[in-house]
Write a protein that binds this ligand. Structure first.
Ligand code: SF4
Length: 374
């Protein structure tokens, strides 16, 4: 969000090489900076506008946008390039859609598209600070504090039966929509993808099942999903779409759960890489034992609560552990196991259950003495 005089409506600039400057089949860094000004615009609306970019770029014939925040990737088809699609058209589409959908809050929109690597890195640092501050706004809020959760069905364009139920203690599995964001989104666009979901009668507090959520999910998935547990990956877990930041999977030999983030390309102890997992369980399926979730959700109090919470976590890639280290340590202290992060194996210990089990035994990982998962 910028002051009115800093935004020239309709300005779209590409700073750095365009598609003509790189060989076919190659990759380039990319940062899309959308600046908006509007009399009714508020800072709390920024995440909603930002997340919609995903949808709008996917409307472009020959462009595919996956992910959010700092894990976005965009593919441009050869055919689209031949027909004249260039990077500036991403900005043109965003400008047009922001006016069309958010005309009541946005008066001016300008877009800068950067492909110069140093500049992209600089913008990334700034953006990460903003995302961190957004995530922290939720701290202290609990699911018990509210009567209403929010739905998100934005990803139904890819995964027709997928419904995220977003609660204060469970952010959307893409990591880009918190309960506060969904509430703000509903205020801007009451008919949009974020609808209030009255919790209604509680069916099972351990699993996190409410009558209102089940009814909503059944309707919004057009009957494909009957029940959803907000706190479990074993019983009626939430559906997973292709946008999730991480996927958690049961590891039966270790009596625990591993999780892997999208950026990690290596092998994992469940025998599947992230891409295979996403291809298998994404698409709006409900798969007991597998669960898409956000990075932030790992350290939210209700993460895997039905299975015993974060104490079940036995493996995650080193890069993910390092990224969330501070919050992980804090959460470990809260549950009275301050060394838990050091007990969680990563790929330097092993990438099969057999390889990591001796490490977990040596460290005295709590999952080994917990109730059996299966
Ligand atoms: Fe919405 Fe969930 Fe998709 Fe995120 S992953 S955009 S919260 S439906």
């Amino acid at each position: 969000m910028r002051p009115m005089h800093e935004v020239k409506d309709g300005r779209v600039e590409v700073i750095g090489p365009d598609l003509d400057d790189i060989p076919e089949g190659s990759q380039m860094p990319l940062a899309i900076v959308v600046e908006v000004a509007g009399r009714e615009m508020q800072e709390e609306f920024e995440p909603i506008l930002e997340r919609q970019i995903h949808d709008y770029i996917n409307y472009i014939n020959g462009a595919m946008h996956i992910g959010q925040r700092d894990i976005v990737w965009i593919r441009i088809s050869k055919k689209a390039k031949e027909k004249g699609l260039r990077l500036k058209h991403l900005g043109v589409a965003i400008h047009a859609k922001f006016h069309e959908v958010f005309g009541s809050i946005v008066d001016k929109v300008q877009v800068r598209i950067y492909t110069d690597e140093d500049k992209v890195k600089e913008i990334l640092e700034e953006a990460r600070k903003v995302w961190k501050a957004r995530d922290e706004r939720l701290s202290g809020m609990t699911d018990e504090d509210v009567d209403v959760f929010y739905s998100c069905t934005l990803c139904q364009s890819f995964a027709p039966s997928h419904v995220c139920i977003v609660t204060p203690e469970r952010t959307g599995l893409c990591g880009a929509f918190s309960w506060l964001d969904c509430r703000a989104s509903h205020r801007i666009n009451p008919e949009g993808p974020n609808q209030p979901v009255k919790k209604g009668r509680i069916i099972d507090p351990r699993l996190g099942q409410w009558e209102g959520c089940n009814e909503f999910v059944k309707k919004a998935s057009r009957g494909a999903i009957e029940k959803v547990s907000i706190y479990s990956l074993m019983v009626d877990p939430m559906t997973t779409c292709g946008c999730c930041e991480c996927i958690a999977v049961v590891l039966p030999i270790c009596n625990g759960v591993m999780t892997v983030n999208r950026e990690y390309k290596g092998d994992t102890p469940c025998g599947m890489k992230f891409t295979t997992l996403a291809g298998t369980i994404g698409g709006g399926r409900q798969t007991p034992g597998f669960l898409g979730h956000s990075k932030f959700n790992i350290t939210q109090k209700k993460f895997l609560a039905a299975e015993g919470g974060i104490k079940r976590l036995v493996w995650m890639p080193k890069m993910l552990k390092e990224e969330i280290w501070e919050r992980l340590k804090e959460r470990a202290k809260e549950i009275g196991i301050p060394d838990l992060p050091e007990m969680i194996a990563d790929e330097t210990i092993g990438t099969t259950e057999e390889e990591i089990l001796p490490f977990l035994q040596e460290k005295g990982h709590p999952a080994l003495s917990m109730e059996s998962l299966i």
